[in-house]
Ligand binder design. Structure first.
Ligand SMILES: [Zn+2]
Length: 240
């Protein structure tokens, strides 16, 4: 299968579903990662074009850890809106990847780019095979299956599906570690939320994966909600 994870920001998908992507890749599936925005507000000191370039390169390196390809739709960070152009760009992205399975943000999350990316990915899924919707890449022959990841910090989330990622935690951490520019940014910008203790994004990822592992009977897991369209329901398990 072809697997596509679409986040809003360059460092989103590794944290939310990096273990699952690594597992898919290890099983021989083709994996793509993508972000709708280029992350160009993610630095207190660097100009927007410079931090965008750095973050796209970090995402490319994170994807390369599992042999995946990263694609950026290049919208401005925190200024992603529902436009005709953005809808076409998302349809074209899915067609380019010939995605069988898509992962994206939870419809309820703390950030407007996350929520809108989620909504738009859900909206366009049924449009992928429609020939009269013209994009650079040709239509695919099927509607992809869609899964939502957890919202940030797993607040208010009840999973429908789990993936055991115990053997892939090291790879998930390695993917996340490529986002060097964001490790300090998150510490600085979200200081009020994380408090004074020396916590970083890797600790948070560990806590949530351990918690989900506890729920499904393994050491570490990632959790999702199925957002399958009525057009392509399947009783078969698609998750690795
Ligand atoms: Zn984000």
């Amino acid at each position: 299968m072809n697997i596509l994870a679409i986040g809003a920001h360059p460092d989103d998908v590794e944290g939310f579903c990096g273990g699952t992507l690594a597992k898919y890749a290890a099983q021989g599936h083709k994996v793509f990662t993508a972000s709708t925005t280029n992350g160009n507000i993610g630095s207190a000191t660097l100009p927007k074009d410079v931090i965008a370039r750095i973050r796209k390169e970090e995402s490319r390196q994170a994807a390369a850890v599992i042999g995946a390809e990263y694609i950026c739709l290049d919208y401005d960070d925190e200024l992603f809106f529902e436009t005709r152009e953005a809808r076409i760009a998302l349809i074209d992205l899915v067609r380019y990847c010939k995605a069988d399975v898509i992962f994206t943000h939870n419809p309820r999350d703390y950030n407007p780019d996350h929520e809108l990316t989620s909504k738009m990915v859900n909206d366009i899924a049924v449009m992928i095979p429609i020939a009269k919707i013209e994009t650079r890449n040709p239509p695919c022959d099927k509607i992809p299956l869609l899964f939502y990841f957890e919202p940030a910090h797993a607040i208010g989330f009840v999973p429908t599906d789990y993936v055991d990622i115990t053997e892939y935690m090291d790879i998930k951490h390695e993917m996340n570690s490529k986002h060097v520019s964001q490790i300090q940014w998150i510490k600085d910008n979200y200081k009020d939320q994380v408090g004074d203790r020396d916590r970083n994004v890797f600790d948070d990822i560990d806590v949530i994966a351990r918690f989900r592992g506890l729920q499904c009977g393994c050491d570490y897991a990632e959790a999702f909600v199925t957002a399958q369209h009525a057009y392509r329901m399947t009783a078969k398990r698609i998750l690795p």
